[in-house]
Write a protein that binds this ligand. Structure first.
Ligand SMILES: [Zn+2]
Length: 129
């Protein structure tokens, strides 16, 4: 059984929806949503509005805490690899799996097992499995 957790949106309780209303009729109040699973803010906010409000309040502090980008990041041919596949019918040879370099357009074939295995790609386009 999964554990219930609260939405981390700082204003979640202020959004007026029926599912947030709690308590007896003479003491109705809105409460922060509580669920076993959320789909926003990395599983911590109930909807896009709460995610956005979290970022409005805490985003700058989070960037300061974890470190800002202070110089341009660069995509070169050494880190421009991604893993892809092309659909093909069985008669036409089936799916084609490959690593692709965005900058050089180089393609290197890989197996379906390599594609599915949760790998990383080295700077020279080899799979780390
Ligand atoms: Zn929320």
């Amino acid at each position: 059984m999964s554990q219930l957790k609260y939405c981390q949106g700082p204003l979640c309780h202020t959004h007026d929806t029926n599912d947030r209303k709690k308590g007896p009729k003479d003491n109705r109040r809105n409460e922060t949503r509580r669920r076993s699973n959320f789909n926003y803010l990395g599983g911590n906010a109930c909807d896009m509005r709460c995610q956005s409000e979290w970022f409005d309040v805490y985003g700058s502090r989070a960037l300061d805490h974890f470190g800002r980008i202070t110089e341009a990041k660069v995509l070169t041919k050494d880190n421009a690899w991604s893993i892809r596949y092309n659909w093909r019918s069985q008669e036409d040879g089936g799916y084609q799996h490959y690593v692709h370099n965005h900058l050089t357009n180089e393609r290197r074939p890989i197996t379906e097992q390599q594609y599915d295995s949760g790998h990383t790609i080295t700077s020279d386009g080899q799979l780390n499995i």
